[in-house]
Design a binder for this molecule. Structure first.
Ligand code: NDP
Ligand code: 2IT
Length: 450
């Protein structure tokens, strides 16, 4: 039977590309996983005969809808909304919502696919989904954002629920947007249930959720270094982004004794050779979350720093790099430049920030390299803990949650060691992909053909 022939990467990818034309980010995410998982599947033919990888790369369903709203001038605006319910083998669909003009089906499928492996790694019972809209929150008034969120949720509410699908934030969706959407969900359903995570503390949110992705990313780097008898303390660190993930990644690097040299946004990066300390970081957090300003304003406030317009921070010499902005923000040349300048570790806070050729350069150089599905899983992990707290109608303390988050990141690191050890090195890409795959694959096998 042809099903029993070994899987061949190129043949598998040709089929996937043919079925999903033009979805380049989705092709990239699947290729990165297939490269490491196909050899494992060929050693374990039960996954092959059950077509597990073919089934895992096809979302359970994709929902696409029109979102109409009125701007402050009374003009009617139309956007496209999405929810990709990727896989619920091990729990309700779970994953963020992204509001950004670059959102399209291919981007959300890549994110939903990655989420399948990431959520599996967290050890918590969560399936995978991702959604959002091509809405651009930049330059919109609060009332416009509110009207958009309400219109978006009016349709989305038909498809989600605390045991069905539980969205959260991502790029362009933070506390403000989650609050507007939760309010609308509650109003439409006439029930108070934890159908979203990342909520404010007053209405069912969890302590540490805001910090979790960034903190978790720094903890993951600390685990990788600890495994080699080293630590973040005293290291020069380059961070990209200045949003939720970047802010709290920088904060934890500072707590752990590292020096943060850069932060960025889509208009460029700031380099502060004297280091971005907690006071300066507090300025950035206020600038980006309250004033909704631009990172260039940092250089006006702190003249010892310099703003590099239109540039990314990877040319700055560092020991450790933390890409925390968006996908494909670090290319092959930049990866090689980081290596030449002495970078010894990269931990991804963003989803798929490194282009495939860049990943290859890091792996060939044998530096510590953590793919986002392992290193940024702290955010969705604490979302999972928010779901638990909502279910038992209790909230845990900051200390308890931070310990749990640390424990989960340690656990993810151990899973990477289990499947990724290659001599005295660890291939975290292979480790994360295979470990994430096995749990979901076993559940799918157990259900039979569905
Ligand atoms: P935010 O919206 O809070 O911040 C995004 C940051 O990235 C901003 O600094 C933004 O700059 C920058 N950015 C966005 N798009 C681009 C682009 N095309 N080019 C350059 N810079 C860009 O999002 P988050 O911090 O929540 O998300 C950052 C990354 O982390 C994403 O990849 C997300 O998927 C991932 N992630 C987020 C999690 C979470 O819990 N929030 C969990 C796990 C992963 P500007 O202000 O100019 O747009
Ligand atoms: O990419 C991600 O893991 C997130 N945006 C967080 C998802 C979540 O459900 O908390």
């Amino acid at each position: 039977m042809s099903e029993n022939k070994p899987l061949v990467l190129d043949e598998f990818m040709n089929g996937l590309v043919r079925r999903n034309p033009g979805e380049t980010e989705f092709h990239q995410a699947v290729h990165e996983v297939a490269e490491t998982v196909i050899p494992y599947i060929n050693e374990n033919p039960k996954y092959r005969t059950a077509q597990i990888l073919e089934r895992m790369t096809e979302p359970d369903r994709t929902i696409i809808f029109r979102v109409c709203w009125e701007d402050d001038e009374g003009h009617v605006r139309t956007n496209r909304g999405y929810r990709v319910q990727f896989n619920n083998a091990i729990g309700p669909y779970k994953g963020g919502l992204r509001f950004h003009p670059s959102v399209n089906l291919g981007v959300l499928k890549f994110l939903g696919f990655e989420q399948t492996f990431k959520n599996s790694l967290t050890t918590l019972p969560m399936g995978a989904g991702k959604g959002g809209a091509d809405f651009n929150p930049k330059g919109k008034s609060d009332r416009e954002v509110m009207r958009f969120c309400q219109a978006f949720m009016t349709e989305l509410s038909k498809h989600i629920g605390e045991v069905v699908d539980v969205p959260a934030g991502d790029i362009g969706v933070g506390a403000r947007e989650i609050s507007y959407m939760f309010g609308q969900y509650k109003r439409l359903k006439n029930e108070f249930t934890g159908a979203l995570t990342g909520k404010a503390l007053e209405f069912g949110g969890s302590l540490i959720r805001k910090e979790a992705t960034g903190y978790g990313n720094a903890y993951f780097m600390e685990e990788m270094l600890k495994n080699k008898g080293d630590s973040i303390s005293g290291k020069n660190c380059v961070v990209s982004g200045s949003g939720n993930v970047a802010q709290f990644c920088a904060e934890k690097i500072i707590h752990l004794g590292g020096k943060v040299l850069t932060m960025s946004d889509s208009s460029g990066f700031v380099h502060d050779p004297s280091g971005i300390d907690q006071d300066k970081l507090n300025y950035i957090i206020d600038l980006k979350t309250v004033k909704r300003g631009r990172i260039s304003e940092y250089a006006d406030k702190y003249p010892e720093s310099k703003f590099h317009e239109g540039k990314r921070p990877w040319s700055i010499s560092c020991d450790l790099a933390f890409p925390c902005a968006t996908q494909n923000e670090l290319n092959e040349d930049e990866a090689k430049l980081l290596l030449v300048n002495g970078c010894k570790g990269v931990s991804e806070g963003a989803n798929m920030p490194t282009e495939e050729a860049g990943v290859k350069a890091f792996l060939e150089a044998g530096i510590l390299y953590a793919p986002g599905k392992a290193s940024n899983a702290g955010g969705v992990a604490v979302s999972g803990l928010e779901m638990t707290q909502n279910s038992i109608r209790l909230s845990w303390s900051r200390e308890e949650l931070e310990e749990r988050l640390k424990g989960i990141m340690r656990d993810i690191h151990n899973q990477c060691l289990k499947y990724g050890k290659e001599g005295d090195k660890v291939n975290y890409v292979k480790g994360a992909n295979v470990a994430g795959f096995v749990k979901v694959a076993e559940a799918m096998l157990a259900y039979g053909v569905i």
